[in-house]
Design a protein around this ligand. Sequence first.
Ligand code: GTP
Length: 359
Amino acid sequence: MTEAVLLVGGKGTRLQPLTLNTPKPMVPAAGVPFLAHQLARARAAGVEHIVLATSYLAEVFEPYFGDGSAYGLRLTYVTEDQPLGTGGAIRGAAEALTTRPDEPVLVFNGDILTGLDIPALLRRHERAQADVTLHLTRVADPRAYGLVPTAPDGRVLAFTEKPRHPDEIVTDQINAGCYVFRREVIDTIPAGRPVSVERETFPGLLDGGALLHGLVDASYWLDLGRPASFIQASADLVRGIVRSPAVPGEPGEHLVLPGAHVEPGARLAGGTVVGAGARVGAGAEITGSVVLDGARIEAGARIRASMIGNAARVGPRTVLDGAVIGDHAEIGADNELREGARVWCGTAIPDAAIRFGAA
Ligand code: GTP
């Protein structure tokens, strides 16, 4: 039986205000909490038991996902009273696993969308007889990530977390947030104190002579930590650019959930999703965006690459481009909010009050 640990306890500060009331893995992408896509993908790869390592807003996961049987999985919840970091969370969650010491355990960050061939990662781990095998991906600008150079045979040579100096940028391969650990290696992570797997565990294992392997995989990969990438991921799921069995519909230019109402003459494109009970007025144009449940988009609004929170309202003719609108916020008519604009939950903006970042 293949078991996995899914890390879902982070505060998701970069995604605020969306993560003030909802933990990042529960924010909807393509109509369902993002976590549902990860569970479905893990199940499709043959994983049968997943331990969810929760901390921030931990209480919301189990009421939604229950024992996992609806997803064809067994789910167990392990909660840290104080966040223990990625390594501490893996160590704590592993207590709930039944995997034998010499068998592999999968570990997933809860905020990565990827088309990775998970069985191929497991096969590489077995073939290399590695202590840990990491999924690596190549990015154009690796500075915001953990760099992982490898030897031609895949052996990891070093870990450089978020390099500051140009000399440190020795590769474009980065830690993609999915690992296979030999079970007994997890038991060497100190228990009961915060540990970063990226900054402490992996470099420590390497220094201690452990065998770490990296599998560079060129399939779809996106880190959903920032609003722009979260919105992009949702649109890519809706359009089928990356496939998830959890998307509630066929791939297409838009996804309108049951109970939403879109007036004739409104235009939805670019993988836009409109949540349950949301309303879109006549002549509104929404491209590549996420409209959450119960939101109201008034007539003639133009929205691109934005996220509209639960029960928020966007007034007539208002333009949003790269904006994040918190739950229950009210944006009046004829406003213009562009790149990076974030409106906090419950905020009210009067008519024609803002032209943010307009050309
Ligand atoms: P930011 O605050 O925006 O950096 O997001 P984050 O809190 O999610 O941190 P980060 O993106 O570095 O976390 C990577 C993954 O590890 C995410 O899936 C987090 O949910 C998870 N994670 C981070 N810290 C903890 C922790 O202390 N406990 C648990 N259980 N999970 C964590």
